[in-house]
Write a protein that binds this ligand. Structure first.
Ligand code: ATP
Length: 224
């Protein structure tokens, strides 16, 4: 699937990468709010085929995580699902995805990479992480349990000493012009880890994720 197929100007694409094992309302509500706040033309949920940070025994196969993501997103005017990372061998490095999209979009295409505060605080562990900020803007989702004030320290300390603060505490600008925007999305304290733990214990996961995904988990005996 060509994620830039909607790149007729003016377009503003978002990429929401993740393991999505499984996708839940924390992801979905955040995606909805980011797409609205940034006026995105498309927001692609992009499951990582081989997540570099979340490789663990029992990781659900890519095809099943993709299927759950498709069920969750369904028919939506802006949100969509991309299997782009499924077509690449080896680990799913975000920098490779963003390089690819940047090539497709050209220098003018607007691209936002969406990720949670927990994830961006660990950005220095990502492959070629300094380059990421020359390829895309970033939209950071608030996440309960993580301190926004640490972001400034990480960005200036580990990524580039010349990050500047945007007015009104909205976020930061990289010398390349890319922005890191802090979005005040609804803080939903839901994690995939918690859902897997509940399911494994035979407990209810209802209302933490869409009913279609809950049924898929039951039908395919996931997280047993
Ligand atoms: P796990 O518990 O298995 O680590 P997770 O719930 O964090 O998974 P991922 O698929 O790893 O889900 O997350 C994909 C992206 O979504 C990450 O950038 C993460 O920070 C973000 N994210 C996950 N859950 C939430 C949430 N409840 N609110 C906001 N962002 C979230």
């Amino acid at each position: 699937m060509d994620v830039t197929s909607h790149a007729h100007a003016p377009s503003r694409l978002g990429i929401f990468g993740g393991t999505f094992d499984p996708i839940h309302y924390g992801h979905l509500r955040a995606g909805e709010e980011v797409a609205e706040a940034l006026g995105l033309t498309r927001l692609w949920f992009m499951p990582a085929a081989a997540p570099p940070h979340k490789a663990r025994p029992g990781l659900t196969p890519f095809e099943a995580r993709l299927a759950m993501t498709r069920l969750a997103v369904g028919e939506h005017p802006v949100l969509a699902v991309s299997d782009l990372e499924g077509g690449r061998p080896g680990k799913s490095y975000t920098v490779e995805t963003l390089r690819h999209l940047r090539r497709e979009l050209g220098p003018q295409g607007e691209l936002y990479y969406v990720l949670g505060l927990d994830a961006i605080l660990e950005i220095a562990t990502w492959k070629d992480y300094r380059e990421l900020f020359t390829l895309s803007h970033f939209a950071v989702l608030d996440r309960p349990g993580y301190d926004r004030s640490h972001l400034w320290t990480v960005l200036r300390g580990e990524v580039h000493p010349e990050f500047q603060e945007l007015a009104g505490g909205e976020g930061f600008t990289h010398p390349s012009g890319s922005r890191v925007l802090l979005l005040a999305t609804t803080r939903l304290d839901i994690s995939a880890t918690r859902i897997r733990t509940l399911a494994r214990a035979g407990r209810s996961v209802r209302y933490l994720l869409p009913e279609t995904v809950r049924r898929y988990i039951l039908d395919n005996r996931l997280y047993r």
